[in-house]
Design a protein around this ligand. Structure first.
Ligand SMILES: O=C(O)c1cc(C(=O)O)oc(=O)c1
Length: 306
């Protein structure tokens, strides 16, 4: 019998009993960024991982999806599973057409394997440039893999820190597939929304074939979580950044819960309050429909109606 690896010290488990959101998500809402972790007894974590999370199974993900009023999910390969996509694929398959996947693959991946992933519901590959999550920036792998996936019509999901974008922008802009940016490119929300750093990010989005996930206020906030009474607006310091992206690029924004919220050390968000954050950043019914339904459907279920 194999022994299970203990969780990383200080690892916070996902919120056990999320509140029922006060904001009613429109019918057909897609959670375009969530993960499954293990369960590690069935799907062991990758030896090269930088953290060991708690288990977060597909059934627990589907229970949250239904509780929040989400219709479909995009399950994004988490770094703790490396390039072993089996837990993600198992979850996508179990969702019976109501999930798509984003995979991590190695540069020597065969065309036959890519076709197998495509048939299983994968529509993109993910690359991580956040230093605490990887050993080295994956430029060469990304260049090689981008050429292989472009003919499938897939996209490239990128995770990076705002301060690194100026160095990466030309490289990213030359890739031969659409780009999807995780967590708004991780802006430093203590800097001005009209300042040069976020301005550079907005220009990069304007000038390239880019979609942006306006996700993770709980990860980007400096002012912290909402009060426990839930009365005040949540994550107010992140709102102006996400609001700006939604206003400028209403047809290229995506929303995701980021459940089960890897690597949060300060607090674990109530996922119900994360849904209540949405109407602060997408204020009209039209903006909400585009963010939550139309845009992710176009990217992940093109030609299908919500
Ligand atoms: O900021 C993070 O720690 C983080 C990690 C991962 C992952 O390990 O895949 O995914 C995310 O979306 C965010």
């Amino acid at each position: 019998m194999s022994t299970l690896a203990p969780k990383t010290p200080g690892w916070l488990d996902w919120y056990p009993n999320p509140s029922k959101p006060r904001f009613t998500l429109p019918a057909g809402t897609v959670d375009a960024h969530c993960h499954v972790f293990g369960p590690q007894a069935e799907f062991p974590f990758a030896p090269e991982r930088k953290y060991t999370p708690c288990d977060a199974s597909k059934d627990q993900l589907f229970a949250l999806r239904d509780h929040l009023g989400v219709t479909r999910t995009v399950i994004v390969q988490a770094t703790c599973h490396g390039a072993d996509n089996s837990a993600m694929l198992d979850a996508v398959q179990a969702a019976g057409g109501r999930a798509r996947g984003v995979a991590t693959v190695r540069p020597d991946v065969s065309d036959a394997e890519l076709r197998r992933l495509d048939e299983a519901g994968v529509r993109g590959v993910r690359f991580n440039f956040v230093r605490r999550l990887v050993d080295a920036a994956p430029h060469d792998a990304l260049r090689t893999i981008a050429k292989k996936i472009a003919p499938l019509g897939w996209h490239i999901v990128l995770y990076f820190e705002a301060a690194d974008l100026p160095e990466l922008a030309d490289f990213f802009g030359a890739l031969p597939a659409p780009l999807v940016i995780d967590h708004m490119g991780r802006p430093d929300v203590t800097k001005p929304v009209d300042g040069p750093e976020f301005g550079g990010f907005l220009r990069f989005v304007a000038n390239n074939d880019v979609w942006v996930k306006v996700s993770c206020p709980e990860r980007l906030t400096v002012s912290g979580p909402p009060a426990l009474d839930g009365e005040q607006h949540a994550y107010t310091d992140v709102v102006p950044f996400a609001r700006r992206v939604v206003e400028e690029f209403p047809d290229r924004v995506l929303w995701g819960s980021d459940w089960p919220h890897p690597n949060l050390k300060s607090h674990m968000p109530d996922d119900g309050l994360l849904v209540d954050y949405v109407p602060q950043i997408a204020v009209t019914a039209e903006e909400q429909r585009k963010l939550l339904v139309d845009n992710p459907m176009r990217l992940y279920w093109p030609g299908e109606t919500a």
